[in-house]
Ligand binder design. Structure first.
Ligand SMILES: Cc1cc2nc3c(=O)[nH]c(=O)nc-3n(C[C@H](O)[C@H](O)[C@H](O)COP(=O)(O)OP(=O)(O)OC[C@H]3O[C@@H](n4cnc5c(N)ncnc54)[C@H](O)[C@@H]3O)c2cc1C
Length: 441
């Protein structure tokens, strides 16, 4: 039980409520609950951080302004779990190394989750079908430097990139075993003109069941005694407390994992861009692939999500905007429709669209940075995952930041039924339900 008094959150300690038999009065003592951690925001970052801290024996309060958890950016992701393939070709190896480290962390601290079915030792493979990650690989199609779409001045540099990947002799060599399979798949993708492609890899990237991951982490967080409150918006933070509109709650440490709203609660300078997703239902193909081109406007990825008989497609491209207005929305619809017409001319699937905010910390002169970050502002720790995939290592890094040793064993899990209603379906799934039944889940 808790109640507010003079702006401070006081809480009764239930053991101290006693009925004095002789005098028939109610005696009570009150104390201020001092949490070890308050984590602001129950997106994937906040939940992963709260879970690993609580599992390590800390007393954590997780606060979420929405009615449900993971209803913002964490619901808008495409379901693509990155193991490194997309970035292994880049000259900068920091992102690949972050993803490999993330895989090691998953294998160390999350292996006891029954649904965690990814093993990374000398490459990545699934331990069983069904679970957090699907067995359907993601293929990478590198456009040939000869292709018409590659501008003249990009042909030579692009040829060098594809040769370097082909020979597996690029600077990222130490990471490519986590990214690509050695064997090439049979080239049977009807939708891409294979004459325009010089290189195909079957990668270790996977489709993830983001909702199941969130449910499992919440089961562990609550099962280990973590406290969570939805419909609670933090309006400002102090060194060892946070304020909502109605109360102050004390803690030793504040972790802000509020996604794009980190800007409102701290003075951190972040880049927030809006990124479009198209959903095609029924699926355009059951093949997961990424078409990679030196021209950003020609890049797109197609992820197949199972649903009923034909599944549905989630399609992303490399475009992003500072805001969505009529002009950018029209541009998005036009470019996705053209892509569908040229690559999947014989399908009559309908396309629907949504947009989501990507929050990143970018360096000077940098356009995008998908890496995770933790930044100590003195008052709080801001946590930005960069990718849903990277929330595991982000959470473990938060422990290390405070000198806390994460625990690899799972202790207690609350039941699936107790948490499933708190976790909404991802936006792409809702789009399909809307197309099918005229309403989201
Ligand atoms: C279109 C799109 C596609 C993507 N696809 C992928 C993908 O396929 N794979 C991948 O790995 N990543 C993907 N990402 C990135 C990924 O979705 C994000 O990096 C990740 O979900 C961010 O999680 P988060 O917890 O930091 O933020 P959020 O999920 O936004 O969570 C922040 C939470 O804080 C709460 N909050 C905010 N302010 C307050 C407050 N004052 N008080 C209390 N609570 C508050 C919010 O309600 C919210 O629930 C994609 C992102 C987008 C936008």
């Amino acid at each position: 039980m808790s109640f507010g008094y003079a702006g401070v959150r006081w809480a009764t300690d239930s053991n101290l409520w006693q009925r004095d038999a002789q005098h028939s009065v109610l005696r009570t003592s009150i104390r201020i609950i001092m949490y070890d951690f308050i984590v602001i925001g129950a997106g994937i970052a906040g939940i992963a951080i709260a879970e690993i801290l609580q599992r390590a024996g800390k007393h954590v309060l997780l606060l979420e302004s929405r009615e449900y958890v993971c209803a913002e950016a964490s619901a808008q992701q495409a379901g693509w779990f990155h193991t490194g393939a997309l970035y292994a070709a880049l000259p900068n190896r920091s992102f690949s190394s972050a993803l490999v480290n993330n895989l090691n962390i998953i294998n160390t601290y999350y292996k006891d989750f029954e649904n965690m079915n990814l093993a990374a030792n000398g490459g990545v493979h699934l331990t069983k079908n069904g679970g957090w990650f699907s067995d359907n690989p993601i293929y990478y199609y590198y456009v040939s430097s000869e292709a018409k779409e590659v501008e003249f001045w990009k042909k030579l540099p692009w040829w060098l990139v594809t040769q370097s990947i082909k020979s597996n002799g690029n600077k990222q060599r130490q990471y490519t075993e986590h990214a690509y399979y050695n064997s090439l798949p049979d080239l049977k993708l009807p939708t891409i003109d294979i004459n325009q492609i010089s290189l195909v890899f079957s990668s270790c990237d996977r489709i993830m069941d983001s909702r199941l991951i969130v449910i499992d982490l919440l089961r562990s967080f609550l099962g280990n005694g973590g406290e969570m409150r939805c419909n609670t918006t933090v309006v400002n933070i102090g060194r060892q407390h946070i304020n909502t509109v109605s109360e102050t709650i004390q803690c030793h440490h504040v972790v802000v994992a509020a996604g794009e709203k980190i800007r409102n609660l701290t003075n951190l300078n972040m880049r927030v861009v809006v990124s479009p997703i198209a959903v095609a239902y029924p699926a355009l193909t059951s093949h997961n692939f990424v078409k990679i081109s030196p021209s950003r406007s020609k890049i797109f990825n197609h992820l197949y999500h199972p649903y009923k008989e034909h599944g549905y497609s989630v399609i992303g491209n490399a475009s992003y905007f500072s805001e969505i207005n009529d002009e950018t929305d029209t541009h998005t619809r036009k470019s996705f429709s053209e892509m569908k017409r040229s690559f999947f001319p014989n399908t009559n699937s309908t396309l629907s669209f949504y947009y989501g905010h990507k929050t990143e910390i970018v360096g000077i002169g940098q356009l995008r940075n998908y890496n995770s970050h933790i930044i100590d502002t003195g008052e709080c720790l801001a946590a930005i995952p960069g990718k849903f995939s990277l929330s595991f290592s982000l959470a473990v890094n938060v422990c290390h930041h405070y000198g806390i040793k994460p625990i690899s064993n799972l202790n207690n899990l609350t039941s699936y039924e107790k948490v499933e209603n708190l976790v909404p379906f991802p936006e792409h799934y809702n789009k399909v339900l809307e197309a099918d039944y005229g309403r989201p889940a």
